[in-house]
Design a protein around this ligand. Structure first.
Ligand SMILES: [Zn+2]
Length: 217
C-alpha cells in the first residue's frame, strides 16, 4: 500500500513540476527597450535558472526558431539557446554541414566573443522578435567564443558556417544589437513601416508576442 501511495505522490509531484517548469513565454517584439540593453552577467546561483532555460527552449521550439536570447523573453541576462536542427534539411548545404547542424543544441551562458574572422558572407536572416522581416546580413564565417553551459565551466570554442551565423545573431541580442541594425540605410528605410507596425502590435504570427507600443496591453 505504502509503495503505491508513494508512487502516486511522486507522479503528482512530477506533474506539478512539469506544470510549473515548462512554460511558453511571450516573445518580446521590436521596439521594446529590453532588446536594446547590454545584458547582465549570470551568476551560477541565479534564481530559477534551470526553469528559465527550459522555458526558453520550449518558447523557441513553439515559434519554430533556431535560436532565442533571454532579452527576447524579457530578461536582460547573458543567456541564449540554439538548436540548428531545422536548417539540417536544407538541400543547398553539403552533407557534412547538414550533419553538423542536425541535433546541434547548445545553451550559451555568459558568452564573450573573442574573434570573428574570414571573408564576410551574406545570409538572409530573420528574428522571432521582428516577424515578417527578412534581410541579407553580412558576417564573418568563423568565430571563437568563450562561454559556459549549465555546468558553469568556462570553455573556448571555434564555430563556423551556419552554426556560427546563428550564434552571432543571438550573441548580438545579448549586446542589445538586432540584425536590422546591420543592413543598409536604404533597406532600413524600406522596412520602417513594418517595424512601426510591429512596435504597435499590428502584425500576425503564430506564436505569442508582447508589444511595447500596443495600446491597452
Ligand atoms: Zn533574433
Amino acid at each position: 500500500m505504502r509503495t503505491v501511495f508513494q508512487g502516486h505522490l511522486l507522479l503528482f509531484i512530477w506533474l506539478i513540476n512539469l506544470n510549473t517548469i515548462i512554460m511558453i513565454l511571450p516573445i518580446i517584439g521590436y521596439g521594446d527597450p529590453v532588446l536594446r540593453k547590454v545584458a547582465e552577467h549570470v551568476p551560477a546561483d541565479f534564481p530559477d535558472l534551470k526553469e528559465t532555460i527550459v522555458n526558453m527552449y520550449e518558447t523557441m521550439y513553439n515559434a519554430n526558431g533556431v535560436g532565442l536570447a533571454a532579452p527576447q523573453v524579457g530578461k536582460a541576462i547573458r543567456i541564449f539557446v540554439i538548436d540548428t536542427t531545422p536548417f539540417s534539411d536544407d538541400d543547398d548545404l553539403d552533407a557534412t554541414e547538414q550533419k553538423q547542424l542536425n541535433g546541434f543544441k547548445r545553451t550559451f551562458i555568459n558568452a564573450k566573443m573573442i574573434k570573428e574572422e574570414g571573408e564576410e558572407w551574406c545570409f538572409n536572416e530573420g528574428c522571432l522578435s521582428i516577424p515578417d522581416v527578412r534581410e541579407d546580413v553580412y558576417r564573418n564565417p568563423t568565430i571563437t567564443i568563450e562561454y559556459c553551459e549549465e555546468d558553469f565551466v568556462m570553455k573556448t570554442e571555434v564555430f563556423d558556417g551556419l552554426i556560427a551565423r546563428v550564434i552571432q545573431h543571438e550573441y548580438d541580442h545579448i549586446e542589445g544589437i538586432l540584425f536590422t541594425d546591420k543592413i543598409s540605410s536604404l533597406k532600413k528605410r524600406l522596412i520602417q513601416k513594418k517595424l512601426k507596425n510591429i512596435i504597435e502590435g499590428k502584425t500576425f504570427q503564430e506564436y505569442r508576442m508582447k508589444f511595447f507600443g500596443k495600446k491597452g496591453r
